[in-house]
Design a protein around this ligand. Sequence first.
Ligand code: SF4
Length: 208
Amino acid sequence: MIEPEPLDTVLAELRACRICRDAPLYPPPLPHEPRPVIQAAATARLCIAGQAPGTRVHASGRPFTDPSGVRLRSWLGIDESVFYDASKVAIVPMGHCFPGLDAKGGDKPPRRECAPTWRRRVFAALPRIELVLAIGRYAQGWHLGADNAASLSGTVASWREILARPTHPRILPLPHPSWRNNAWLRRNPWFEAELVPVLRAEVARLLA
Ligand code: SF4
């Protein structure tokens, strides 16, 4: 446990962070100016723990302003006006800055400096969070720790057991809503048939 700080203090420091550009722990340095993306207010009860901004989110400075956001909002059953209401929904990615592109043109993984630097401080300043939606293997690795299954499919398939754990906050693992997971979604129809209805009911309860 760490001592909680005012959320405004943590957000101001996070938004000014330049570690990966000026003093990276895992070189090479960030190949562009940092633009940390986060949405949070101390009243939020739902937290979306995503991966890291892509090129579109880096340009907009707002989380999930891309096709992944459209699909994620449809899974949650909420529109943009609710999704971007920080008083209700916190959006805290594993890496707050766009990490750059790899040789194949895909997004690099979240910067490894980011979660150990910021995550405990941010969550300590968000005491009302009741449910964390852990999207993708990086968020699942952090929030489930040693209890995480080896594969994303194995973790998401265990969603009922993970959600039922008496943790605070509770955790619900989800695949990333990217088009890159279209084949996974086709292979796992139980996700939309069984998990998504429960997800929508949880979200509606927390946002009521
Ligand atoms: S990715 Fe995280 S640690 Fe790195 S510069 Fe951005 S906010 Fe700082």
